[in-house]
Design a protein around this ligand. Structure first.
Ligand SMILES: [Zn+2]
Length: 292
């Protein structure tokens, strides 16, 4: 199974809650090296334009982001971030392509679900998941796709991008009383109460997955956010590591049983101790590897 990763994902964000070291730490735990990983290409501006507006892309390309744009993005923006995030979009495109070829693949990155067509927000300058789906629809002839977004935060950008597109089924299960305040409608939204815990979470997920697979996707993109974890600083759903592993197993088994290509991306993870976030993401990849 291909695992797409670049050491260039580790950008310096002084004092920021996002540990971009997690990508390298996961790669180290998996024993990935330059021979066993798949390096991503930079997403082209043409590929990005399948989702994002030319006005917004020009701001990234020409480094003309306004203070307001940067405040909404909630990142200490530097011009070189544009290429770092283009690379991360290229990683999701590469992993999604590998999933079509091999049945499954992992991107050790991505899940930038708060990016809209015309602006970035919430640490997400570009929507890698939406771009990858559009690229495969253009280049590989897939008709339908489904997004299973289990990051603790609602997938607002993805929901809005595909709001009027019946070819992409968007499913978000998230903490209702958490960022983002405005939650555009996905095809299926499950907003969970604070402190939901493993049992109720897994029951809701098991109930939802058949409806997702009924949309007959040609690709499932799974956002396996680590932030529903009980010791996450930005999440309040109180899932255990065992619960998160069972979550992964349910999603991966549903796609594999239906014979649908599956690409998994990491999305968020802000545990007090970064080693917990790494444990959760590594477990996801182990479940992917075991799903042959
Ligand atoms: Zn999140």
């Amino acid at each position: 199974m291909k695992v797409v990763f670049s050491p260039r994902y580790e950008v310096t964000l002084p004092g920021h809650v996002w540990p971009t070291s997690k990508y390298r730490l996961i790669a180290e735990r998996l024993g990935l090296n330059s021979l066993t990983r798949t390096d991503p290409p930079l997403a082209s501006w043409d590929d990005l334009a399948l989702v994002h507006t030319s006005e917004y892309l020009a701001k990234l390309r020409d480094n003309t982001m306004t203070p307001n744009d940067i405040a909404t993005l909630e990142l200490p923006w530097r011009p070189e971030f544009a290429d770092a995030f283009r690379l991360m979009v290229g990683g999701t495109c590469a992993a999604a392509t590998a999933a079509l070829d091999d049945g499954r693949a992992v991107h050790l990155g991505g899940g930038l679900h708060h990016a809209f067509a015309a602006h970035g927000e919430g640490f997400c300058p570009l929507n890698d998941v939406a771009v990858a789906i559009r690229v495969l629809q253009r280049d590989r002839g897939i008709n339908r796709a489904a997004v299973v977004d289990l990051d603790v935060h609602h997938g607002n950008g993805t929901a809005m991008i595909f709001e009027r597109d019946p070819s992409v089924f968007t499913f978000s299960m998230h903490q209702q009383h958490n960022y983002p305040f405005f939650k555009p409608r996905s095809d299926l939204d499950i907003g969970l109460e604070d402190g939901t815990g493993d049992a109720r979470y897994l029951a809701a997920l098991a109930g939802a997955l058949p409806g997702v697979m009924d949309s007959e996707p040609g690709l499932v993109v799974y956002l396996a956010g680590a932030d529903p974890f009980e010791r996450d600083r930005l999440g309040g759903l109180k899932l255990t590591k065992a619960g998160l592993r069972e979550r992964d197993r349910l999603v991966i088994a549903a796609a594999r049983a239906a014979g649908v290509p599956l690409v998994t991306v990491l999305a968020g993870g802000y545990a007090e101790d970064v080693r917990d976030t790494v444990d959760i993401h590594v477990a996801t990849i182990e479940v992917m590897r075991a799903s042959a």
